[in-house]
Design a protein around this ligand. Structure first.
Ligand code: 13P
Ligand code: ZN
Ligand code: NA
Length: 274
């Protein structure tokens, strides 16, 4: 099934889908064990940095092979691409879905590049996500300007033909200093204005009940990265305290297990069973 069709199906059921970033074999293994155990579909995401780290074809083939190994329904997605060229490379490599992030450009420039990506992706049958508004990146201040405006969202979707839209409603990438306050009213207005899949970036650090409410108000795809990295590294650190094990195969599985637990919890939330 195409991801675009999955979005439609999930929206009808009032459910969301989890999109997890991955970094290596072990993170994939933890994510997919959880997806298999809960019988949930999943989106596996790669950023430009992760692609540079593993190599484009290695990263893509590893994710595909792992989906096959676990028998999980999933899609490979390019997260936060900053250029048309990177999108083109990933579509050629077989990605099911791509995000072009021109959210820091002027509205009309964001529309122009997104439209170009939509046109290219069409011949591959791939899903396209774009971003409208300001969602703080890891190194950016979390200021309140630049929340997505509902009428602009409608205009943007109509002008570009995107399948999915990342919205700025108070989330930020990374952990939060204070508990985030999401503008759910705005989210619901955006959801009324457009049919596309609305995407929540900055999923790490958002309380479970808050995530559920966001799904109830129209969020369809939930992105999770920082919590995965954090759980992985914390577990490794604690396992390696006063431990001189050199067989890494004896050490990594503890981290994989913790990721699997984390992702299972998130999958149960996005499933949103009442
Ligand atoms: P977090 O790192 O806050 O989970 O955000 C993930 C994300 O939005 C990836 O695109
Ligand atoms: Zn993001
Ligand atoms: Na976050």
């Amino acid at each position: 099934m195409k991801l675009q069709d999955k979005f439609t199906q999930l929206k009808e059921k009032g459910q969301g889908i989890l999109a997890t970033n991955f970094y290596n074999f072990e993170t994939l293994e933890g994510i997919l064990q959880a997806a298999k155990r809960t019988n949930q579909p999943i989106i596996l995401q790669l950023t430009k940095n992760s692609i540079e780290y593993m190599g484009l074809n290695v990263a893509f083939d590893l994710a595909k092979a792992m989906l096959h190994k676990h028998g999980v329904e999933g899609w490979i997605h390019l997260d936060h691409a900053d250029s048309y060229e990177l999108v083109a490379k990933c579509l050629d490599a077989g990605f099911d879905s791509v995000m072009i992030d021109a959210s820091e450009q002027a509205f009309r420039d964001n529309i122009a590049i997104t439209k170009k990506v939509v046109q290219l992706a069409e011949s591959y049958g791939a899903n396209v996500e774009a971003e409208l508004g300001y969602i703080a990146k890891l190194d950016q201040p979390n200021h309140k300007n630049g929340f997505t405006r509902p009428k602009q969202a409608k205009q943007f979707v109509e002008a570009t033909g995107v399948d999915a839209l990342a919205v700025a409603i108070g989330t930020a990438h990374g952990f939060y200093k204070e508990e985030p306050k999401l503008d759910l009213e705005r989210l619901s207005e955006i959801s009324d204005e457009t049919e596309v899949c609305l995407v929540l970036h900055g999923g790490s650090g958002i309380p479970d009940q808050c995530l559920k409410k966001a799904i109830d108000q129209g969020i369809c795809k939930i992105n999770l990265a920082t919590e995965i990295k954090n759980v992985f590294m914390r577990t490794l650190k604690s396992v390696m305290q006063n431990n001189d094990q050199i067989d890494l195969r004896q050490v990594f599985p503890a981290a994989t297990d913790q990721i699997s637990q984390l992702v299972q919890n998130k999958l149960e939330i996005v499933q949103n069973n009442k």
